[in-house]
Design a protein around this ligand. Structure first.
Ligand SMILES: Nc1nc2c(c(=O)[nH]1)N[C@H]1C(S)=C(S)[C@@H](COP(=O)(O)OP(=O)(O)OC[C@H]3O[C@@H](n4cnc5c(N)ncnc54)[C@H](O)[C@@H]3O)O[C@H]1N2
Ligand code: MOO
Length: 406
């Protein structure tokens, strides 16, 4: 009897299943430059103040403001210049009343000085200097702790580390950061018809593309992708290919071989080996599998390229982001009006590829619902989400979008 009674899992419950399978990644202390895109696992306090010492914001002369009162082009004030203080000078050279030290940007302010006269307002003298303008106290000074006080909490756990955060933490002299380890994801495509790009295609063969998409998507969220050579529809080939790699990874993602045909290599190889095959109420992306194969968490995605990509987007991406400690696991959403009508199967949440036009606030469906339409996906900037209980969206109807761009 045909198996038409398999219970469909809801999108939300399957998301939770995948997140629980992936779990949290362990915390490790990584060199700051290696942390781009990772997430702080603990709060960071400032080990030093920034700036760490009072210093000059300009190339010029450190003076006491009272010594240059009344200075002008016509009546310059002449001061002897006993010291030159380039940036990086570490000894302390106090300023005596009635003198000026030549000083460069970033050099420590000499005790006794309270202002900087920038070089453009002087004759640039070396032994002595003529100052052509008065400066109020505090001119062109950068004060200790003005940016950060020593001991202050400067970034909190959950902060995503981009270039500004990494540069700032380096400025504090912090060499390593507590972050959750990058997920190491093993990727295996299956299908006898698959050929590596660059090689000739025979009739009936296609280029393997799922692993390229999935690996890029893993890397985009901070993971490390390890792509295996694709395997034909042969369970022994699948076991042998996986065997050497089961230990050093956090997750295995396979694509293909999970539906109802005669050669379902992933289903055949992993049924009874800790992997459960289910159907999710989503289109594309219905046939899914999850479990643990010999200690390694596994997600088996359907082979159709858009189905595999959407499965990653809907289930794997949020799970990996959560595993990394990222508080922002969902894409930005947007309301829009549909530029044309769309049909959707009853009881399934459909994701159509779309183009969101911010000017007209319209969502334009790109291509049809078919899960082989790769060009349409590549030309999209959003997914149009059609809920389970909606079978038709009329032209001009309101839709929710999942934005694929920031
Ligand atoms: N009788 C039924 N047939 C199908 C059903 C079903 O319920 N009953 N479900 C359909 C749905 S929905 C999907 S999705 C696919 C999933 O099938 P598989 O996971 O077994 O995937 P394959 O059959 O191996 O491949 C499907 C399709 O995708 C191409 N493909 C596969 N891997 C790659 C790759 N790495 N790169 C590029 N393209 C790939 C493959 O050539 C096929 O065209 O099953 C439906 N059928
Ligand atoms: O549900 Mo399949 O994943 O449409 O293509």
């Amino acid at each position: 009897m045909p198996n038409t009674t398999t219970r469909l899992r809801s999108v939300d419950s399957y998301r939770a299943t995948v997140s629980a399978l992936v779990g949290d990644l362990p915390i490790e202390h990584l060199p700051v430059p290696d942390c781009l895109g990772l997430v702080l696992a603990e709060d960071v306090t400032a080990p030093i103040a920034l700036p760490p010492f009072d210093n000059s914001a300009m190339d010029g002369y450190a003076v006491r403001s009272v010594d240059v009162v009344g200075a002008s082009e016509e009546n310059p004030v002449k001061l002897p210049v006993p010291e030159d203080i380039p940036a990086g000078r570490t000894d302390v050279v106090p300023l005596l009343p009635g003198t000026a030290h030549r000083i460069m940007t970033g050099a420590p302010l000499p005790p006794g000085a309270d202002s900087i006269v920038q070089v453009e307002l002087t004759d640039s003298g070396v032994e002595q200097v003529r100052v052509f303008a008065a400066v109020p106290i505090g001119t062109h000074l950068r004060r200790t702790g003005e940016d950060v006080r020593e001991g202050a909490t400067v970034l909190t756990a959950g902060t995503v580390l981009g270039p500004p955060q990494l540069g700032f933490l380096a400025a504090l002299g912090i060499p390593r950061l507590p972050v959750r380890r990058r997920p190491r994801v093993l990727i295996l495509s299956t299908g006898t018809e698959l050929v590596e790009p660059g090689k000739p295609l025979a009739h009936g063969q296609i280029y393997e593309s799922n692993s390229v998409h999935i690996a890029a998507a893993v890397q985009e969220i901070g993971g490390v992708a390890h792509v295996l050579r694709s395997v034909p529809d042969d369970t022994d080939a699948l076991y042998e290919t996986l065997e050497p790699h089961l230990k050093e990874h956090d997750l295995l993602i396979t694509t293909g071989g999970v539906s109802a045909g005669a050669y379902e290599v992933v289903k055949d190889a992993l049924t009874g080996e800790g992997v459960e095959f289910v159907r999710v109420a989503v289109q594309p992306g219905g046939p899914q599998g999850f479990g643990t194969y010999r200690g390694l968490p596994v997600l088996t995605l359907p082979g159709n390229p858009v189905s595999a990509a959407l499965s990653f987007e809907l289930f794997v991406r949020p799970a990996l982001l959560a595993a990394l400690g990222n508080p922002q696991i969902d894409r930005r959403r947007q309301r829009a009006t549909a530029s044309s009508s769309m049909k959707s199967p009853a009881g399934r949440r459909q994701y159509r590829r779309g183009y969101y036009d911010a000017g007209t606030v319209q969502a334009v469906p790109v291509g049809g619902p078919g899960s082989h339409l790769l060009a349409a996906f590549a030309q999209s900037n959003c997914l149009i989400e059609i809920p389970e209980d909606v079978t038709e969206v009329p032209e001009g109807g309101e839709v929710d979008l999942v934005m694929l761009i920031p």
